[in-house]
Design a protein around this ligand. Structure first.
Ligand code: AMP
Ligand code: MG
Length: 344
């Protein structure tokens, strides 16, 4: 299969390309779609066969459910039932945007999308191309991240092409994703709201909106052998480049000394801006300044992928403090590192 690369420079002039993508989706094909978080691998969310193909193409275990993407508020009541007040408040406040809600599902959603669960993950993306696509297709679009399972998520169309070319019908290319880390997932199907995955909407913002939200410590440590993951997807290794990732924590001088003492000649340092010259004899790549959590989020996955294109065996990484969007960045980096952290 030849993957069509549909470049969108102007949402009005290039509308035929979005219509083409919508037609492919309605024909049961898979399309890479730009969103503000990461690129998604979209299929018709009401078509069990098409949704099933997402798992095959990504190599995604079938017990890891998908997020459905909507483009108008009314649709929430079509695909979800027993919607609690907290969900309405969060939806009004943060949609369209990088937030996914877990709600009880209606019977319109095929089992394969929810991995047989009684709940469904729903999001209204805040990307003009994604929204236009969903409006034209007039179906909810089921889409996980458009990477091969386990790899860093794609934040540019070229990442999708590198992972999936030849296996999907098309990629809609609207440039780099603005947020760069996946959506904040909040389970509002139970008594208390629980954050299952940190993302672009921070725990503080959620608390301000609905009073409280539990952020589980399991997000920042490896799962025990008998422990049940909060979200089905959490039990899988994620976001990992081919190179081994080691987080080095401590004062910048101590981190520099530790890293410079490591003999690996094919090591790289994923550092903060301004630190590039601290490390001798190693490839350095800055992904943003230490406290600019938004830019760290925007660049993290692209940086991991860039280093992976080179012959690098170990990536020593600086990790931001778990504050604001830094919580999401730290969570992704910990997963990429398989929780290997050196304190210096
Ligand atoms: P991805 O879009 O690739 O980040 O994958 C979607 C994420 O949403 C995965 O981590 C899933 O485990 C999670 N998810 C989807 N549906 C549900 C659900 N019904 N309950 C809990 N988590 C879910
Ligand atoms: Mg994913």
């Amino acid at each position: 299969m030849q993957t069509e690369h549909l470049i969108i420079n102007d949402i009005v002039k290039d509308r035929p390309k979005i219509e083409r993508a919508a037609a492919l989706i309605l024909a049961g094909e898979l399309v890479g779609i730009p969103t503000e978080t990461v690129y998604g691998l979209g299929a018709n969310g009401l078509d069990a066969d098409a949704a099933g193909r997402i798992f095959d193409v990504k190599g995604r275990p079938r017990d890891n459910p998908l997020i459905i993407h909507l483009a108008q508020m009314n649709d929430l009541d079509r695909y979800c039932i027993n919607i609690p007040e907290a969900a309405r408040i969060l939806a009004d406040r943060f949609w369209p945007g990088p937030m996914t809600l877990i709600l009880e599902r209606s019977e319109l959603i095929p089992d394969i999308v929810t991995a047989g669960l009684s709940t469904v993950a729903v999001r209204f993306p805040d990307h003009p191309v994604a929204r236009e696509l969903i409006r034209i297709a007039k179906v909810p679009i089921a889409a996980p991240s458009a990477n091969l399972s386990g790899k860093p998520s794609p934040t540019r169309a070229v990442h999708v092409i590198n992972d999936l070319a030849g296996r999907i019908a098309a990629v809609l290319d609207a440039g780099p994703s603005r947020v760069g880390v996946e959506s904040t997932i909040i389970d509002v199907s139970g008594k208390t709201a629980r954050i299952l995955r940190p993302g672009g909407i921070t725990p503080q913002q959620i608390e301000e909106a609905i009073g409280s939200a539990e952020l589980d410590t399991a997000l920042f440590r490896p799962l025990g052998a008998s422990e049940k993951p909060l979200a089905p997807g959490m039990k899988y290794r994620h976001y990992a480049p081919r190179a081994k990732v080691v987080i080095v924590r401590g004062e910048p001088g101590n981190v520099r000394d530790y890293v410079n003492e490591q003999p690996d000649r094919s090591a790289a340092v994923l550092c903060f801006s301004g630190e590039e010259n601290l490390y001798t004899g190693k490839r350095t790549l800055a992904y943003g300044s230490e406290t600019d959590y938004e830019s760290l989020g925007e660049n993290l996955f692209a940086a991991l992928r860039e280093l992976d294109c080179e012959d690098i065996s170990v990536i020593y990484a600086r990790c931001p403090r778990p504050e604001g969007v830094g919580i999401a960045v730290a969570n992704r980096l910990l997963k990429a590192a398989g929780h290997e952290v050196v304190e210096v």
